[in-house]
Design a protein around this ligand. Structure first.
Ligand code: 4NP
Length: 154
């Protein structure tokens, strides 16, 4: 069986989805599980830019350097390249359904649906928020990363 592939999608690809990418990369290495991981945004405002400095600082505080990540916009082609596409919030999921090709291989769902007790909930957008909002987003993407590693370890 080929290795699982995961794409995380938020709005700007500079806060939540890069943190989700970082968390899953770290957890996958710790668990010895090989997963192809990427992230993207539904919007194009930040394409080519590194993650928000607050997200970079937060990841680094947890030992993960995400300064080399660069934002990109999700494409219809991604639905043919990734087995799993996870939306960080319900609006992202709606926007993904809008560009979803009629036939594709991706299992598209809300990320927090993977976490017991969090079905239907969002990883709250911390962009206009404060440090606490970033910490909350980090806690959420780490809980999701743990659930995904468990799932893909099987
Ligand atoms: P993200 O956060 O979707 O978690 O990357 C945001 C980044 C930028 C904007 C909104 C949310 N923005 O409006 O530019």
């Amino acid at each position: 069986m080929s290795q699982p592939s995961v794409l995380f999608v938020c709005l700007g690809n500079i806060c939540r989805s890069p943190l989700a990418e970082a968390a899953l990369r770290a957890r996958a290495v710790e668990a010895g599980v090989a997963i192809t991981i990427d992230s993207a945004g539904t919007g194009d405002w930040h394409v080519g830019r590194p993650p928000d400095p607050r997200a970079q600082a937060l990841a680094l505080a947890h030992g993960i350097d995400i300064s080399s990540y660069r934002a990109r916009q999700v494409t219809a082609e991604d639905f043919h390249r990734f087995g799993h596409v996870y939306a960080l919030d319900p609006q992202n999921l709606k926007d993904l359904h809008r560009i979803e090709p009629s036939h594709h291989i991706a299992d598209l769902r809300l990320l927090m649906d993977m976490v017991p007790g969090r079905k239907g909930t969002a990883v709250i957008d911390p962009y206009y928020g404060d440090e606490h909002d970033f910490e909350q987003a980090w806690a959420d993407v780490c809980a999701a990363a743990d659930a995904l590693v468990k799932r893909f370890r099987r």
